[in-house]
Ligand binder design. Structure first.
Ligand SMILES: [Fe+2]
Ligand SMILES: [Fe+2]
Length: 471
C-alpha cells in the first residue's frame, strides 16, 4: 500500500486496515494533504519539536497522548465517538426512525454541502494563523497555536473521511477542493467570510479562538444531533478537541485584560500603552469586531435552508436531545425583531425558519458568561472597567441587520454617525500597527511578553516554565 503503514501512521477507530476502498482514497489524498500542510501550515516551524497532544483513541479517559512531535510527523487520525446501535433520529420529520448509517439519497447534496462548509473552516484557520508562532508571547502560547493548528488539520481529516467514505466520486472531488481553496485568496477564497479575514496578531488570535471556534462548537453540537450517524459521531469527537481551542481564546483574552488593567494602574496617567501594553479600550474594540463577524457565521435570522435542515433531521438545535422535550418544532413561533423601512418591527416567525437565530441565542449566552468572568478579572485587578458584548445588530454583514447602521448598544444611527465613531468601536489600522509593534516573539522558557499575564497553569500538568517548544 505505497509504503503507508495505516495503523501506525493514521490512528483510527474506523477499521482502516480492513477498508481497502478508504485506503485507496486516502493513499491519494494524504500526500496532497502533507503538501498543503508544508505550504500553508505554520511558516518555518516544520522542523521543531513541540509538546503536542495527539488523539489516539475515542475513549473518554485517556484519548490523548502528549509528547514532543515535529508537526509534519503528527499522526492525524480518524476517530468517531462510539456507535450506539439503538440510536434514533431525534428531531424533525423523521423523528423516531433509526439513525441513518448511509446517506439518504434525497439529502445527498444538502449533506455534502453541510460537510464541505464545516470542513472548509478547518484548513482556513490554519492558513490564517500560519505566521503567528513567530510573535508568540511565550513558548506556552507558541505551543498552543501549533496545537490548535494540528487539530484543525485533524478536523479536516475527519470531514474528508466522511466525504471519501459516503459520497463517492463527488466526495473525492470535494476533498481535493478543500486543499485547493486559500484563505483570503481573491480567486479561490474559503467559503465563509470570517475565514478570509487575516489573523496576524495575538489579540486577533485569542478573539478568533474565543469567538470563531465557539461558533464551531455550536455548529458541531447541532451536527452531532444529526440523523446521519457517521456525521453525528464524527462531530462528537471533534468537540473534545475543540474545548481546548476555546480555552486558549477565553483565557488568552482574560490574560490580556488582566495585564492591561495592571499596566493602567502602573502608569501615572493610566495609559497602558505608555507602559508598552494594550489599553482596555483596544481590547474591547477587537471583541466588538470578532464577535460581530462571528455572529454572521450563523446565517440569516429567517432561513428556509435552516428549516429544511431541521425538517430533514440533518441539523438539530444545540443539545436537541437533552434540552428539549418537543422535537418537531412544528406549530411554534419565535419572535424576531426586524428592521423594516427605518423601524423596528417585532414579528413571529415559524420556529423551524428561525433555527439559525435559536442557535445564535445559545452562542450569545455562552459568550455573555465569558465576558462576565473577564469583567470580574479586570475589577479584581483594581480597575473599574466593564467588558461588554455589542448588540447582535452592531456591524453585521449578513442577515436582517446587514446594510443598516447601529451603535454597539443596538440603536439605529445614520451611516455618517457610524463612520464618525467607527474608530472608537472597531480596531483601526493604527491599532493593528500598534499591536504589530509591541508583539515580538518571546522564546525563553518561563518568560512572557509585557502585554499579557502568564497563564495560571501549564499544559498537561506541566509548569509554565516547561520548554513547550524546542527552538
Ligand atoms: Fe475544528
Ligand atoms: Fe478549533
Amino acid at each position: 500500500m505505497a509504503g503507508i503503514d495505516y495503523e501506525s501512521k493514521i490512528p483510527n477507530n474506523v477499521n482502516l486496515s480492513d477498508d481497502r476502498r478508504l485506503q485507496r482514497a486516502l493513499e491519494h489524498w494524504q500526500p496532497s494533504y502533507l503538501k498543503w500542510w508544508q505550504e500553508m501550515g505554520p511558516d518555518g516551524m516544520q522542523e521543531k519539536d513541540i509538546y503536542l497532544r495527539t488523539a489516539i483513541s475515542a475513549d473518554k479517559d485517556g484519548w490523548a497522548h502528549f509528547d514532543y512531535v515535529k508537526m509534519p510527523d503528527y499522526r492525524w487520525g480518524i476517530f468517531l465517538s462510539e456507535r450506539d446501535p439503538e440510536r434514533k433520529i431525534n428531531f424533525g420529520d423523521h423523528l423516531g426512525q433509526p439513525a441513518w448509517q448511509e446517506v439518504p439519497g434525497e439529502f445527498r447534496n444538502t449533506l455534502r454541502r453541510i460537510i464541505v462548509t464545516q470542513g472548509d473552516t478547518e484548513p482556513a484557520s490554519v492558513e490564517q494563523q500560519r505566521q503567528l508562532w513567530k510573535t508568540a508571547p511565550s513558548l506556552y502560547d507558541m505551543r498552543n497555536v501549533c496545537q490548535v493548528n494540528v487539530e484543525e488539520g485533524r478536523h479536516l481529516w475527519a470531514m474528508v473521511y466522511l466525504l471519501h467514505s459516503y459520497f463517492g466520486a463527488e466526495g473525492r472531488d470535494e476533498a481535493e477542493e478543500l486543499l485547493a481553496r486559500r484563505s483570503g485568496d481573491p480567486d479561490k477564497p474559503r467559503i465563509l467570510d470570517a475565514f478570509n479575514q487575516p489573523c496576524d496578531d495575538w489579540l486577533s488570535f485569542y478573539c478568533f479562538t474565543m469567538f470563531a471556534d465557539r461558533d464551531g462548537k455550536f455548529q458541531l453540537h447541532s451536527l452531532s444531533e444529526s440523523g446521519f450517524d457517521p456525521l453525528s459521531r464524527t462531530c462528537k469527537f471533534m468537540l473534545t478537541e475543540e474545548a481546548h481551542h476555546m480555552f486558549v481564546g477565553d483565557t488568552g483574552l482574560e490574560r490580556v485584560l488582566r495585564r492591561s488593567a495592571q499596566l493602567t494602574l502602573l502608569d501615572p496617567s493610566g495609559d497602558a500603552r505608555a507602559q508598552g501594553g494594550i489599553d482596555l479600550e483596544t481590547v474591547q474594540k477587537f471583541i466588538n469586531f470578532w464577535f460581530s463577524y462571528c455572529l454572521d457565521l450563523f446565517g440569516s435570522e429567517i432561513s428556509s435552508n435552516a428549516a429544511d435542515f431541521f425538517a430533514a433531521g440533518l441539523k438539530g438545535r444545540f443539545m436537541e436531545e437533552k434540552n428539549y422535550t418537543e422535537h418537531t418544532a412544528l406549530g411554534q413561533e419565535k419572535r424576531v425583531t426586524l428592521w423594516k423601512d427605518g423601524k423596528f418591527v417585532d414579528e413571529s416567525v415559524a420556529l423551524r425558519n428561525a433555527m439559525n437565530e435559536v442557535l445564535r441565542d445559545d452562542y450569545i449566552d455562552d459568550c455573555v458568561n465569558a465576558v462576565r468572568r473577564w469583567s470580574k478579572a479586570v475589577k479584581d485587578e483594581g480597575v473599574d472597567f466593564e467588558v461588554t458584548l455589542p448588540s447582535r445588530r452592531f456591524h453585521r454583514h449578513q442577515g436582517i441587520y446587514a446594510g443598516a447602521f447601529f451603535n454597539p448598544a443596538g440603536e439605529p444611527i445614520s451611516q455618517a454617525e457610524f463612520e464618525a465613531q467607527a474608530a472608537q468601536w472597531l480596531p483601526t489600522d493604527a491599532d493593528k500597527a500598534y499591536l504589530r509593534g509591541i508583539m515580538h516573539g518571546v522564546y525563553e522558557p518561563g518568560k512572557v511578553a509585557n502585554w499579557i499575564a502568564p497563564p495560571r497553569r501549564g499544559i498537561n500538568g506541566q509548569e509554565f516554565t516547561y520548554e513547550y517548544v524546542k527552538l
